[in-house]
Design a protein around this ligand. Structure first.
Ligand code: GLY
Length: 555
């Protein structure tokens, strides 16, 4: 399984000027600085999130951007919670067998090129969040990010490592090669100042003409033209039909805390909640953190949840996704199947209560809320795998996603993350592919104490889970929580992917209990802001060169 990084950013601000303190954490210092600047210029946490999101689309564009999608979970100072779905949508001409040729799956077509993309939703989601909950106009944010695209930035080593791996695919598309590769189609070296004038022009055109430029005008038309010429199916009409959806957040509890997550088409909220529900049946605090006992138990719970994910999960506007997956009694039944001494075989999904009657569904609402102090945002944004479909729409600088690969393109055919899916996640026109993105907010006594999420395909769910466990069960400050060893079980393949730093003794004990192990040097990209003893804290994943800022209130 490859490590795939999406981007997660989390912002919190206590008031509109930052005078009461603010915190931000992203995977890139420029994006964190953009968030802080927005909040110091009259913006609130929602402005901070959008500033970071648009800037990440420039400086970390291989992971996210306006050619992709995002989910935002926002806890407003007035106590309301909002879940904004800016996930990509399959074009109207998409068909469930579109990635089959002579009955055989074409696993490449869902990853690279014209058929790989869904209609992007990130820009619409950011605009919606700002209009309803932010303070600064979208124009202000776009113009700032355009300046960064125009001025350029020196390519970091990590960026170039990824670029090298993806260069052969990028070289297939002239418009992509002209941004990311040199004239002999080789990747630019680390330190090269990458300027993106086309992207800057696109940001400025949207700032000038509004969202219509992207969703109803020149960008939609340019995309249709390129798609038609290259065997794609996405049309300008698909862009006109794109809508941000407001979802009812998933709410569960864990040891006296409220866990608020993203509902379908994300699997994040459901399965972070489900695994926590299973683990609530065990006294984790009596175990050593990172001991074989803790890892075994948690991995077994992950395995049961991911078996359910493969069967039940999909876009709830199209598929029947049972609410019973987060039922406490159901979690107890699953917990009873876990053996302390052995990895138990899990043949397939289980059956939650009221599986056909009580469903996550289409309760989509629109709303307007006044802003005030104490807003928290968790946003995860992505174009899927690195450099998405590898296609830059000519003249626009916009790199398109390959989110169609997050559908189950055929039963039993794993996607880029090795995930299997069923009917619930089959391709259909207008449907949104299943995601693992897990922007999550944790409340204690109705007050936010943590906004967390991660990047890395299905490991997003388990990284988010581990951050919550280390904070709640093992009482770690957020910086320490994110530094703990990561491990991940997704049912199929049947094994634990685990960081070497847990140590030989623990690895040997896990093997003894029957676990297959895939040992990796590092895995993870979790960002979080938290409140502890009344003070704000922020942390970026120590495995990456991100930036986290938490400022105390001004006296
Ligand atoms: N594209 C990765 C995810 O949404 O889970």
């Amino acid at each position: 399984m490859r490590a795939i990084f999406t981007v997660c950013l989390l912002i919190h601000a206590l008031n509109l000027s930052g005078a009461n303190g603010l915190a931000a954490a992203t995977v890139d210092p420029r994006a964190t600085d953009a968030a802080v600047t927005a909040m110091q210029h009259g913006g609130n946490a929602i402005d901070g999130a959008v500033a970071a999101g648009l800037t990440l689309g420039v400086v970390n564009g291989y992971n996210s951007g306006i050619g992709g999608g995002c989910f935002l979970v926002i806890h407003l100072a007035n106590g309301k919670t909002v879940a904004i779905d800016g996930r990509e949508m399959a074009p109207a001409a998409a068909r469930r067998d579109m990635f089959l040729h002579d009955g055989k799956p074409d696993t490449r077509a869902s990853k690279v090129g014209a058929l790989a993309s869904g209609v992007p939703g990130a820009l619409a989601a950011y605009a919606h969040a700002l209009k309803n909950h932010g303070k600064l106009p979208l124009k202000w944010h776009l113009e700032n990010a355009a300046k960064t695209a125009e001025a350029g930035f020196p390519l970091p080593e990590a960026y170039v490592r990824t670029l090298k791996r993806r260069a052969p695919d990028l070289a297939r598309f002239k418009s992509s090669a002209s941004v990311f590769l040199n004239p002999t189609l080789q990747p630019w070296p680390a330190g090269k100042l990458l300027k993106q004038p086309d992207l800057a022009r696109t940001y400025r055109a949207i700032a000038r003409d509004g969202l219509g430029w992207f969703y109803g005008g020149p960008f939609a038309t340019a995309t249709e033209k390129w798609m038609k010429a290259n065997g794609g199916i996405m049309t300008a009409e698909d862009f006109r039909n794109y809508q941000v959806k407001l979802r009812q957040p998933v709410r569960t509890t864990y040891r006296g805390h409220t866990i608020i997550g993203m509902p379908p088409p994300s699997s994040g909220g459901v399965h972070v909640g489900q695994i926590l529900n299973i683990l609530e049946n065990f006294p984790l605090h009596t175990m050593e953190p990172n001991s074989a006992n803790f890892i075994h138990l948690t991995a077994e719970a992950m395995k049961l949840a991911f078996a359910d994910r493969a069967h039940w999960l999909g876009d709830a506007d199209f598929a029947k996704v049972p609410r019973g997956l987060i039922d406490k009694a159901y979690a107890k039944q699953l917990a009873a199947r876990i053996r302390r001494d052995r990895a138990a075989p899990v043949k397939g999904h289980s059956k939650p209560p009221r599986a056909m009657e009580d469903l996550f569904n289409k309760h989509t609402t629109h709303f307007s809320v006044a802003d005030g102090e104490g807003n928290w945002v968790a946003c995860t944004a992505t174009i899927n795998t690195h450099f998405g479909s590898k296609v830059v729409i000519p003249g626009t600088g916009v790199l398109m996603n390959n989110e169609m690969d997050d559908f189950a393109i055929a039963p039993g055919v794993p996607n880029a993350f090795g995930l299997l899916g069923a009917e619930a996640n089959a391709v259909a026109p207008g449907k949104r592919p299943l995601s693992s993105m897990s922007p999550t907010i944790v409340l204690k006594d109705d007050q936010p104490i943590l906004a967390v999420g991660a990047a890395g395909g299905p490991t997003i769910i388990t990284q988010t889970l581990l951050a919550i466990l280390h904070m709640i069960d093992f009482k770690k400050p957020i910086g320490e929580a994110l530094a703990q060893p990561h491990f991940h079980h997704q049912w199929r393949p049947d094994g634990i992917r685990i960081e070497r730093k847990v140590g030989e003794k623990v690895l040997a004990e896990l093997k003894k209990r029957g676990h297959q192990l895939q040992i990796v040097d590092r895995m993870g990209a979790t960002q979080a802001v938290a409140r502890r003893n009344g003070q704000l804290e922020a942390a970026h994943d120590p495995r990456l060169k991100g930036k986290a800022v938490a400022t105390p209130p001004k006296q």
